[in-house]
Design a protein around this ligand. Structure first.
Ligand SMILES: Nc1nc2c(ncn2[C@@H]2O[C@H](COP(=O)(O)OP(=O)(O)OP(=O)(O)O)[C@@H](O)[C@H]2O)c(=O)[nH]1
Ligand SMILES: [Mg+2]
Length: 222
């Protein structure tokens, strides 16, 4: 997080991480479509012809609180293909929170697990503590016939401590919930560390501001 007290502005960095083709770029595209134009900036993507992210995508969002403080949220995606590990590590630097986008298809269990280990490894390499980092998990591609069952996802969710969201990113389903869920965790963590509520006069839950200001369209509701 970057705080500019003079400009009364804070910037939060969130990263969408996960195996190749799990739908990280699609999450940002859906958010860009669903959020009201006055709070979202331009979506920057850099892809090869076959949809694979080459470096990263970035979507800036700005929410202005009643106190006049501007909260800038920068959403990044990493490239999921195994060969781009150095880029993933770089993009992860300074992240305030991570969405792990898993692919729900049963044949993707292994790539999901490998990408999760890769996340842990890169956090460690960057000197970031995984047990302190706000993290949510999204099971995407719930629409596909070979997706793991809801019961299976719920059982997985019970075993871990991270909140789990289900999504169909191509249709915008679950995308805003995932984002707001991560913001909730992030804000609680940053407020604990930096007493932001006290210093900036922002309500203790940024999520209430975010959901009020984002003008989320009904497409996002489950
Ligand atoms: N059926 C279905 N397809 C999806 C869904 N989300 C994404 N896709 C498709 O999956 C493919 C890959 O999506 P991307 O968003 O580019 O995946 P990515 O995670 O950014 O991939 P990398 O950049 O290579 O890491 C695209 O063809 C998407 O349209 C979903 O919920 N359901
Ligand atoms: Mg991508």
């Amino acid at each position: 997080m970057h705080v500019d007290f003079a400009a009364r502005e804070l910037t939060i960095k969130l990263v969408y991480y996960g195996p190749a083709l799990s739908g990280k770029t699609t999450n940002l595209q859906a958010l860009h479509r669903l959020l009201s134009p006055d709070c979202r900036g331009r979506l920057m993507t850099l892809e090869t012809r076959d949809d694979r992210t080459l470096f990263f995508d970035m979507l800036p969002i700005t929410v202005r609180a009643e106190s006049g403080v501007a909260v800038r949220i920068k959403l990044f995606t990493v490239p999921g293909q195994v060969i781009h590990n150095a880029t993933r590590r770089l993009v992860l630097q300074g992240a305030d929170g991570v969405v792990f986008v898993a692919d729900s298809q049963t044949d993707q269990t292994r790539p999901n697990a490998e990408a999760f280990l890769d996340l842990k490894e890169n956090l460690r390499e960057n000197g970031m503590a995984i047990d302190k980092l706000p993290l949510v998990i999204q099971f995407n591609k719930r629409d596909l016939p070979n997706a793991r069952s809801d019961e299976e996802i719920e059982a997985l969710a019970k075993r871990g401590r991270e909140p789990v969201y289900k999504a169909v990113a191509t249709r915008g389903v679950g995308v805003v919930q995932t984002f707001v869920g991560l913001m909730d965790l992030c804000w609680a963590q940053l407020d604990r560390e930096h007493e932001l509520t006290k210093k900036f006069g922002i309500p203790s839950s940024l999520v209430s501001i975010v959901s009020k200001r984002l003008g989320v369209s009904s497409e996002a509701r489950p």
